[in-house]
Design a binder for this molecule. Structure first.
Ligand SMILES: Cc1cc2nc3c(=O)[nH]c(=O)nc-3n(C[C@H](O)[C@H](O)[C@H](O)COP(=O)(O)OP(=O)(O)OC[C@H]3O[C@@H](n4cnc5c(N)ncnc54)[C@H](O)[C@@H]3O)c2cc1C
Length: 280
């Protein structure tokens, strides 16, 4: 690993798929699930999109039996910005392999210029595949409608706040409003959705989710929490001990800079972590 990578190590499992799988095995031993992500995005060259596609297929085959074969992918690395047909073909290929190995694929949500296309392509994929889910970002103004539609269609949703900087015409800017929007969407998904995933480290949202589920008699087996590798590790065991499903997003690979940058932008503590290591 190059020296810079030391700073990314807190958030990235390693460079090779084997590094991620090893993390997945350690999590599994503690009753925690994983979703594996080979980092990469914004690919504008067909050959590179094919390589990213093949890497995701390889990853699905590499995850050993006993561990859920669950991967997260970014469609912008599968040719989304080149053509929808290419992207559909690539992602369908991944879903076929996922089906062979009993796996599941989550389509991460990227910046708002791709939201509509991501959701439309997802609907297209859902016509032939049931082992695919989507991510919806609570901060976006359009998301309450997307959540209702997802519930109507029986789609599997990971709800998160949204990691991309968006303009006020597209997304809420105030954290209080984003939290309220998150909870409104979370309640809709918990009440009527298909095994929703709540992707957050925010204790207020985790607490309100648990309180809502208890009040409505929604069993913990009907939803899962998700967190990112390297964040709030101390909380993982507590959630599992309390009987909740928890899945950790385990990214790996050499293209970690945009992912790393989003983590720094989100929280001052993440920047402090890097600075502390810089002066160590
Ligand atoms: C599994 C997963 C998948 C994701 N996928 C996507 C995606 O596809 N697209 C996308 O745009 N975004 C994605 N995100 C990122 C998400 O949108 C947010 O940007 C990110 O999770 C930060 O928001 P937060 O709700 O976790 O908490 P933040 O807004 O970062 O933090 C809010 C509060 O949470 C508590 N908290 C947070 N971190 C800690 C900590 N380390 N220790 C103690 N308390 C803490 C604190 O009280 C803090 O004030 C994903 C997130 C997760 C967890």
């Amino acid at each position: 690993m190059n020296p810079l990578t030391i700073f990314a190590r807190r958030f990235v499992a390693g460079e090779r798929p084997q590094d991620a799988v090893r993390v997945g095995e350690r999590l599994h031993a503690k009753g925690i699930k994983a979703t594996f992500d080979k980092l990469g995005e914004d690919v504008l060259d067909q050959a590179a999109a094919r390589r990213a596609t093949e890497a995701s297929k390889e990853l699905l085959r590499l995850i050993p039996g006993g561990i859920e074969r669950n991967v997260s992918i970014k469609m912008s690395s599968m040719g989304q910005e080149i053509s929808r047909d290419l992207c559909l073909e690539n992602v369908s290929g991944i879903l076929d392999v996922a089906k062979e190995v009993g796996g599941f694929v989550r389509l991460d949500m990227e910046g708002s210029k791709l939201t509509r296309d991501t959701i439309e392509t997802f609907h297209e994929l859902r016509k032939r595949h049931d082992n695919v889910g989507i991510v919806l970002q609570a901060a976006l103004h359009r998301t309450p409608d997307d959540v209702k539609e997802a519930v109507r269609r029986g789609d599997r949703v990971r709800l998160c706040k949204g990691a991309y900087k968006e303009p006020p015409q597209v997304a809420l800017q105030d954290m209080g409003e984003i939290r309220r929007a998150f909870m409104a969407c979370a309640r809709t998904l918990l009440d009527g959705g298909s095994y929703p995933a709540l992707g957050t480290h925010d204790e207020t949202l985790i607490g309100e989710t648990i309180a809502h589920a208890k009040a409505q008699g929604i069993a913990p087996s009907r939803f899962e929490f998700q967190m990112l590798y390297g964040l709030r590790k101390g909380r993982w065991g507590e959630l599992v001990r309390d009987g909740y499903n928890l899945r950790i997003y385990v990214p790996f690979g050499t293209h970690w800079i945009p992912y790393f940058y989003r983590r720094l932008r989100e929280r001052r503590e993440n920047v402090l972590f890097v600075l502390r290591n810089l002066f160590r």
